[in-house]
Design a protein around this ligand. Structure first.
Ligand code: 2NE
Length: 272
């Protein structure tokens, strides 16, 4: 598929297939098993923002460079007091904002996982809508071993995915799980041979792209809302407004205001 790519990124590769509706974001630090530093997260955030704003993009794929790792979490070599330290000397935990950005993106985000998805990298795949795993994938939380934890989505969303007992096991023992075990636990949608990973991911993406974008958008918001409290309701409610603005009834109010006349909603039925 012909692609357009943004060239000035150092830690991430960003590609968009022309006319296909798929954006692919690749964490590109294979020498560190695709661990993220603040710059990596900033670049990822830019890419997700572009994929959100581009009306030609319908599905986003997040992956890691090479076949050894999807992402090994925060780069421990730049971990300082209060977060991960970037070129500006400031400590950040900006991956937490990235998690929210992925979750709130009104298009499906698919994690395409080969190799290790551990620590903060494991959480990134969990906040994606779907995970396609290669048979060499390995999943787990390492935080308690390296003096870290994610008590946000990394814990609470995990418990929704795998259940409370298993989530406590994953975090308290910090074990690693192979792809088949992750599939049994409900952490991933399917497991495929490594050499079929990209091909299978494309099949899933194309299948979603054939479906109604609005249906997928509102379903994602609804599934989020069940977990996200007021913020989730706000997201779901925003979709109701978006749809209402597309209706004749919604436009009668705006039109009347602009024409300085009282609105006439009498022709709109009160449905049961
Ligand atoms: C990922 C894993 C299991 C891979 O093991 P292996 O044996 O395949 O590779 P190796 O030799 O460990 O790693 C290759 C190189 O990548 C670096 C290593 O230090 C090594 O460098 P050299 O010795 O060749 O110079 N590397 C790998 N992961 C790194 C990382 N996260 N930071 C910096 N360098 C890394 C194995 O490498 C591993 O267990 N990695 C550490 C995983 C980890 O503990 N991640 C942090 C969890 S905490 C977190 O992500 C977090 C959070 O909990 C809350 C908020 C934000 C972040």
């Amino acid at each position: 598929i012909p692609v357009v790519a943004r060239e000035d990124l150092t830690d991430v590769i960003y590609e968009k297939s022309i006319g296909e509706g798929i954006a692919k974001i690749t964490i590109n630090r294979p020498e560190r098993r695709n661990a993220f530093r603040p710059r990596t997260v900033q670049e990822l955030s830019w890419c997700f923002s572009d994929a959100r704003e581009d009306p030609d993009v319908g599905v986003v794929v997040l992956t890691g460079a090479g076949s050894l790792a999807f992402c090994s979490g925060g780069d421990q070599s730049v971990r300082g007091q209060g977060g991960y330290v970037g070129a500006d000397g400031i400590a950040r935990l900006n991956v937490l904002d990235l998690q929210i950005q992925i979750r709130r993106l009104p298009k499906p985000v698919v994690a395409m996982v080969a190799g290790y998805a551990v620590g903060g990298g494991h959480i990134l795949h969990m906040v994606c809508d779907l995970t396609i795993a290669a048979d060499n994938a390995v999943f787990g939380q390492t935080g308690p071993k390296v003096g870290s934890f994610d008590a946000g989505y990394g814990s609470t969303h995990m418990a929704r995915l795998v259940g409370q007992k298993k989530a406590r096991e994953m975090w308290f023992l910090a074990r690693l799980y192979d792809a088949q075990e992750a599939h049994r636990m409900g952490l991933v949608n399917t497991v495929v041979p490594l050499d079929k990973l990209e091909e299978e991911t494309l099949v899933w993406c194309r299948e979603m792209l054939r479906n109604s974008p609005t249906a997928l958008r509102v379903l994602k918001a609804a599934l989020n809302a069940a977990e996200d409290g007021q913020a989730g309701i706000q997201e779901l409610g925003g979709n109701a407004t978006l749809l209402f603005y597309q209706s004749e009834e919604g436009n009668e109010g705006r039109q009347a205001y602009m024409e300085k006349r009282p609105p006439n909603f009498s022709k709109f039925k009160r449905l049961p």
